[in-house]
Design a protein around this ligand. Structure first.
Ligand SMILES: Cc1cc2nc3c(=O)[nH]c(=O)nc-3n(C[C@H](O)[C@H](O)[C@H](O)COP(=O)(O)OP(=O)(O)OC[C@H]3O[C@@H](n4cnc5c(N)ncnc54)[C@H](O)[C@@H]3O)c2cc1C
Length: 394
């Protein structure tokens, strides 16, 4: 941990590491192996983390949280990801949604939603955008009114009436605070015709479908949801009507979330390789003494450390620089995805056959890294978005 972190940030990282190692590590493999993906949600662990203040890390102190900045949240996520990604990502999803709410909400909305959320040790958050037929196009075709999400919210007096469906939504069905995106102007492009609502998840007309049976991140489940004439009061509009794009910027501006997930996981995989290389004897010596193996380990840690240093730079920009370019955020995500993939490639060489054994220490991490490469958008779509800023100064 070379970046200059404050004493307080290091204390939160330590709290996170202790919780993850003491409570999560002993049970994670068993939960991950449950065949029913819905049974993999680590509700009891979230409850315990909440009692330590980790669930509400990003909520301002006046609402009962720790008011953590981007660097602190990223450090805590990166620390936790080295132990078990699903549980820490459940907590990070709470940090992401409550940060956006804190920035975009009115005082009355904050009083209601943040107070309620902070008081409930079992509450988690979702951000619902992706639909069965509209996902990447939600972000790539903002200028064409015919493209993008179709879940609608139609004004009816003081209410909006929501109809449609979402899928792949993380923590859906468990969430009690949902940032929900719906089309309020079907004739306007995505950038001008979508509104963000805050839902509690228990509104009449919401039904939950199947939980997706994912390869990795199994302790962080995703679920389908359906909306049949769900009435939501206009007070639940976050930001402006048709102004979801501004709320989304609060969510993603300066986010280093995926970079923290990928570098944390990659570091955990590197450690397994390093330990293995010191113990495994071939050619009469521990394999770490073979130049090929040392070279592979050096390449792994080089990639990881470069990605991490760039991640801390993103955090600094998000916390200290209002003109911070979103290209850094996108580059950080894509680069860390590539580092994750390269780490897998090298790890499966260093570990040999052991690397793919179902009961080996690396198998879950390999599945986890592969699972979220398209988190927050595929790499190709993310780079396409980044290319829109090529003419801006860094
Ligand atoms: C673990 C996990 C967690 C998730 N969590 C959430 C969540 O909490 N909330 C939520 O809303 N969503 C969530 N998602 C959905 C995720 O954001 C989408 O899966 C992702 O955006 C990609 O969409 P898709 O899978 O439908 O792929 P597609 O949109 O079908 O894309 C397939 C390929 O086509 C390319 N492509 C598609 N359209 C274009 C285009 N117009 N131009 C150029 N290339 C294009 C893509 O880049 C990609 O290479 C989650 C997904 C997973 C797996």
């Amino acid at each position: 941990m070379q970046y200059p972190f404050s004493e307080e940030q290091l204390a939160i990282a330590e709290l996170t590491r202790n919780f993850m190692e003491r409570e999560v590590a002993p049970v994670a493999a068993e939960i991950d192996a449950r065949p029913d993906p819905e049974e993999c949600y680590p509700g009891e662990l979230i409850n315990k983390a909440s009692k330590l203040g980790l669930r509400t890390l990003a909520i301002p102190e006046e609402y009962g949280g720790m008011g953590a900045d981007t660097l602190t949240k990223t450090l805590a996520l990166w620390t936790g990801a080295q132990v078990e990604i699903g549980t820490i990502k459940c907590l990070s999803q709470c940090w992401k949604a409550t940060t956006a709410l804190t920035k975009a909400a009115t005082k009355a909305q904050k009083d209601h939603w943040l107070t309620k959320f902070a008081a409930d040790d079992n509450a988690v958050c979702s951000l619902a955008s992706t639909e069965p037929d509209h996902s990447t196009e939600n972000r790539l075709h903002g200028g064409d009114p015919r493209l993008g999400m179709r879940t609608s919210a139609v004004k009816d007096g003081d209410y909006f009436v929501i109809n449609g469906a979402k899928r792949y939504t993380s923590l859906m069905g468990h969430s009690k605070l949902i940032l929900f995106y719906a089309r309020t102007d079907p004739d306007a492009p995505m950038t001008e015709g979508v509104t963000c609502f805050v839902l509690g998840g228990d509104e009449e007309g919401i039904t939950y479908g199947r939980t997706h049976n994912k390869m990795g991140y199994r302790l962080y489940p995703n679920r389908e949801s359906f909306y049949d004439n769900v009435r939501v009061h206009k007070d639940n509009v976050l930001g402006e009507v048709n102004g979801a794009a501004a709320v989304r910027r609060h969510v993603f501006r300066g986010s280093a979330e995926l970079a923290a997930c990928n570098t944390g996981l990659s570091r955990a995989l590197y450690k397994i390789c390093h330990d293995h290389a010191k113990e495994r004897i071939q050619g009469g010596v521990p394999i770490i003494e073979h130049p090929t193996v040392r070279h592979m380990l050096a390449e792994m840690i080089m990639n990881i450390e470069v990605a991490e240093q760039f991640m801390w730079r993103i955090c600094w920009g998000a916390d200290n620089d209002d003109s911070f370019t979103s290209r850094f955020t996108r580059s950080g995500k894509v680069f860390s995805d590539k580092v994750g993939l390269k780490t897998i490639e090298l790890a499966l060489d260093v570990l040999g056959g052991m690397g793919i054994m179902r009961d080996g220490p690396s198998e879950k991490i390999v599945r986890d890294i592969l699972t979220f490469l398209h988190g927050d958008g595929t790499d190709s779509a993310t780079l396409l978005e980044a290319s829109q800023t090529l003419d801006q100064p860094a």
